[in-house]
Design a protein around this ligand. Sequence first.
Ligand code: GRF
Length: 201
Amino acid sequence: MAGKLRIAAFASHGGSNLQALIDGCASGQIAGEMVLVICNNRKAYALERARKHQIETLVISDTEFDSETALAQELLSQLAARSVGLICLAGYMKKMPNDVIRAYRNRILNIHPALLPKFGGKGMYGIHVHEAVLAAGEKETGVTIHLVDEVYDSGKIVAQRRVPVNPGDTPESLQQRVLEIEHQLYPETVARIASGELRLE
Ligand code: GRF
């Protein structure tokens, strides 16, 4: 692939996956550049992480717009202004507007802390995912990276990695073990996309 992949990340909270992607770009693991971080929440620590690396940030909240179309227009114009080629959702708690999904078809990734299609969909976020995995008596869980389409957690799976559920695990201990694998799999997968080894269409 010619030139560096220009990446934008969307986050809502802590942004530890964003950090893994920033570090992957900085170390050269990813032949890409994180050019923009968008948060819907101005208190997101993800904004701080981006600023520390001199990455441009924007706070864009759906509450400021009259319609999803207007929000999508703003997002698309900011993304186009920076020639963004790949969008990485990293703990983004809002639904991406359909117009953005259409414009960036096969170029929006999300990371989910379970082995989709299990434990996905509405309500399956954060600690709730790990609570559900334990309640179901699963012996293993994992991490999924998938394309984003119009339905939550249903897009094509791009990469998965398994994580064992240990006897005595709590939702928190499981979340921590899964998160460590997220921090490996997300930059590894984006690196494979940036190098052209993995094609998303
Ligand atoms: C991660 O568990 C990710 O899989 C999910 O949201 C969480 C975000 O964590 N989509 P962080 O903000 O990257 O630390």
